[in-house]
Design a protein around this ligand. Structure first.
Ligand code: ATP
Length: 241
């Protein structure tokens, strides 16, 4: 279980991006985080994945724990080895490398060749298009395919918990539906997922629990299906008037 307790994060000592957030991601669950631009969603993920420092952010108070392990302020490599892997916003694939090379880059921490081959096979089964395009430059893939490659690359590290930052961004509705199905399948295979999304329909469709962030604080939380029925979520995030 991932536990975030009373987390406070600032940028440059001034901008308070996360103001006392507490949340839990139970083992094997899908948990969604919704919220408008600037709510602090990416900051929360950066803090969990240990990449906050790259953005000049700092944890001022609170903690992030994975089971008994304190992850607060650890570096990104240690956090990946603990089993927590982030798919960054904007995908960040290596466009000039092939699809296969991108996947292998995600499995670098794994020296066992057989385990690596097994991980590639699992990713190919989830995303057959990545097998078909294995030798092609990743930059030539469509936006949806690049998102699938970014998720596949993260899975190469065999995470216990996968962190996804707005995987639906810029994708067509049909492709967003496919991403939702893939998240559900990854979860069925035993990986917990923390899904940050502006697309509430997709996120609440696939999540067990959800949290709504508003200016750095949790404004609502609960069972995803029940949250989808609340007036606030219907009005603000599901486009109902
Ligand atoms: P979006 O969906 O637009 O990415 P978000 O919910 O992910 O929004 P964050 O990106 O976490 O929100 O931003 C939270 C607050 O922190 C905002 O006020 C933002 O301007 C600020 N912020 C984010 N990154 C930095 C940074 N590197 N330096 C300074 N301020 C930042």
């Amino acid at each position: 279980m991932l536990t975030v307790d009373s987390l406070q994060v600032t940028y440059g000592g001034a901008v308070e991006a996360v103001r006392g957030v507490s949340m839990e991601v139970p083992d094997g669950a899908v948990v969604a985080v919704l919220g408008s631009n600037g709510a602090g969603k990416s900051t929360l993920l950066r803090t969990i994945s240990g990449t906050l420092r790259l953005h000049r952010g700092r944890v001022d108070a609170g903690s992030v724990r994975l089971g008994d392990l304190d992850l607060t302020r650890r570096d990104a490599g240690q956090i990946v080895r603990a089993g927590v892997v982030q798919v960054p916003e904007g995908r960040r694939i290596f466009g000039r490398l092939t699809v296969e090379e991108n996947l292998r880059a995600g499995g670098m921490g794994n020296r066992d060749r057989a385990a690596k081959a097994e991980a590639v096979a699992r990713v190919h089964d989830l995303f057959p298009v990545l097998r078909e395009r294995a030798g092609q430059r990743a930059g030539l893939l469509s936006g949806g395919e690049q998102q699938m490659l970014a998720i596949g690359r993260a899975l190469m590290a065999s995470p216990r918990l996968l962190l996804l930052d707005e995987p639906s961004l810029g994708l067509a509705p049909r492709v967003i539906g496919q991403i939702g199905e893939v998240v559900a399948e990854i979860n069925r295979q035993g990986t917990a997922v923390l899904l940050v999304e502006q697309n509430a329909t997709m996120a609440l469709g696939v999540a067990d629990r959800a949290y709504v962030l508003d200016v750095g604080k949790v404004s609502l939380s609960g069972n995803a299906r029940e949250l989808a029925q609340t007036d606030e979520v219907q009005r603000l995030y599901l486009g109902h008037t």
